[in-house]
Design a binder for this molecule. Structure first.
Ligand SMILES: [Zn+2]
Length: 297
């Protein structure tokens, strides 16, 4: 019989997450308006690609769908993709981003950089959510991921592909059974972020080019934000913006993100943010852990 805590967690989880099977035994687990994670079930074990914001307990919904053995694969270190990690035992992320997910994020910081804005103007938070309780204790990734690593789930394999650009260690995961590519924040319908200090627009362009080169293996895109799944032509749309950026002055405007000036470039159904010329960009690590003298650099 479930304890009072378990049943409350279960009710909260069921009422908060939106779940949809997007391909054969691949489930999108959406925190509506925020972010989505993806559960890929093999015959022996399951992979959970990202764990979202951790605003409601993810374990109850995952347990209902997954194999008993679960490996978490993080696409990158940003808090909106990893805060559900602590509920899971086995976590993997690109080697260079392991130390970043080990750092705790306190309640005051999370409120300042994310939660307070949601309370004022949305997107919505879970019913009964207590903003005072939201914090991230950090999580340990026992397994460092590298380009070309394979994750055998039994009857299907995920290939880890290094797709740097949004962050230095960003990874995408290609399911060999369905051709679904879970790509984190590499491509989605909306405004792409390459304006952080650990973003790299040329690496971003090359990551997209490498995926276009293997377009025959990819049949759909599972993005970390906004609508999903996306058709594979979104790789080309994103590549076009980065190519235009490299080839010369583009029709960009200066705008503001996170209280700092950035350049906004317009593409076909998506935009791109880059640092203003002469600036290194927004140092997200310094904003999350201002007391540290060393940043993500
Ligand atoms: Zn991100």
């Amino acid at each position: 019989m479930p304890s009072a805590f378990q049943s409350r967690s279960h009710r909260l989880a069921v009422s908060w997450f939106r779940i949809k099977e997007v391909a054969d035994q691949i489930f999108a687990i959406e925190e509506p308006g925020h972010v989505q994670s993806y559960l890929v079930n093999g015959d022996r074990r399951s992979a959970l690609i990202d764990t979202g914001l951790g605003l409601a307990p993810l374990h109850p919904v995952v347990d209902e769908l997954a194999q008993p053995e679960i490996v978490v694969l993080n696409t990158h270190w940003h808090f909106d993709h990893v805060m559900g990690n602590p509920a899971f035992e086995t976590i993997a992320i690109a080697g260079e981003e392991r130390r970043l997910i080990q750092r705790a994020i306190d309640n005051a910081t999370l409120r300042r950089i994310y939660i307070d804005a949601c309370l004022v103007s949305g997107p919505p938070l879970p019913p009964g959510f207590d903003p005072q309780c939201c914090r991230f204790p950090g999580s340990v990734a026992a397994r460092p991921l590298a380009d070309g690593d394979t994750i055998d789930l039994g009857g299907r394999t995920l290939i880890a592909l290094a797709t740097p650009g949004h962050t230095r260690g960003s990874m995408s995961f290609l399911d060999t059974r369905t051709g679904a590519l879970a790509c984190g924040d590499l491509v989605y319908a909306g405004t792409l972020y390459a304006h952080f200090t650990d973003s790299d627009t040329e690496a971003y362009r090359q990551s997209l080019e490498a995926l276009l080169d293997r377009a025959g293996d990819i049949r759909q895109i599972l993005p970390g934000h906004n609508r999903y799944p996306l058709t594979t032509d979104w790789l080309g749309k994103a590549h076009q913006v980065f190519t235009a950026l490299r080839e010369g002055p583009s029709a960009a405007e200066t705008t503001s993100a996170w209280g700092a000036p950035v350049r906004r470039h317009h593409g076909d159904q998506l935009d791109l943010l880059t640092p203003v010329p002469g600036s290194a960009g927004i140092d997200l690590a310094a904003r999350l852990w201002p007391e540290r003298t060393r940043s993500v650099q």
